[in-house]
Design a protein around this ligand. Structure first.
Ligand code: IMP
Length: 205
């Protein structure tokens, strides 16, 4: 008899993220499908926290597909900016701003502060909803500590990676090979935690 394959929708249009999560879920009886396969419309991120926004995205995907859903929401929090840009990291320089616009705005804001004060962290909340009305979402959160530099370096990654200095590897996160970044990053950590929980319900018989 064939093992049952469970379908889960991933509430992101980012093909790289969908591929990455699919690889990490290998071995489980799960087939991860991007929400673009179902023409799920984007939802406005009106939450005040990463986890609220992740739940909004997952609920939206579950609503339009009738499937269980995983979503993540992430950003960077800078200490000397009182945790900004935080949940507005993707639109720090305005709605529709590019990664470069956001990066340049952040560099301008941190420039006046000495290096040792430029501590920051990437944060990722990842959630799993069994269905649209699931009252007990599975929640996982990952945090990655670093220091910001004002001279961008590296071509890997995206967003604020070129100025996020990782002291353990003495380079920016944009200089790390993707497989190394995944073992350290906020998103990698959150996914690992969620996997432990998903394993309990989706482990291969
Ligand atoms: P989202 O998780 O795709 O909503 O990302 C929110 C925003 O936070 C991105 O547009 C980036 O600006 C920033 N961000 C989140 N994770 C990372 C990362 O791993 N590297 C660099 N920037 C990130």
């Amino acid at each position: 008899m064939q093992a049952k394959v469970n379908r889960i929708v991933f509430a992101s249009g980012n093909a790289g993220k969908v591929r990455e999560i699919g690889q990490l879920l290998e071995g489980l009886s799960i087939n991860i499908l991007p929400q673009s396969d179902f023409n799920v419309p984007e939802i406005e991120e009106t939450g005040r926290t990463f986890v609220e926004n992740a739940i909004l995205k997952a609920r939206n995907a579950a609503h339009y597909t009738g499937l269980p859903a995983i979503a993540d929401d992430s950003g960077i929090a800078v200490d000397v900016l009182q945790g900004r840009p935080g949940i507005v990291s993707a639109r720090f320089a305005g709605v529709g701003a590019s990664d470069e616009d956001n990066l340049l705005k952040l560099i301008d804001m941190i420039k006046p502060f000495p290096e040792e004060q430029r501590t920051a962290r990437f944060i990722c909340s990842m959630v799993y909803l069994r269905h649209e009305h699931d009252p007990i979402p599975m929640i996982a959160q990952g945090v990655w500590e670093g220091q910001l530099v004002t001279d961008p370096k590296g071509k890997n990654g995206f967003g604020y990676d070129p100025i996020f200095y990782v002291s353990s590897h003495q380079c920016t996160s944009a200089e790390l090979p993707p497989e190394i970044k995944n073992t350290l990053s906020h998103r990698g950590q959150a996914l690992k935690q969620l996997l432990v929980k998903l394993n309990e319900i989706y482990s291969m018989e």
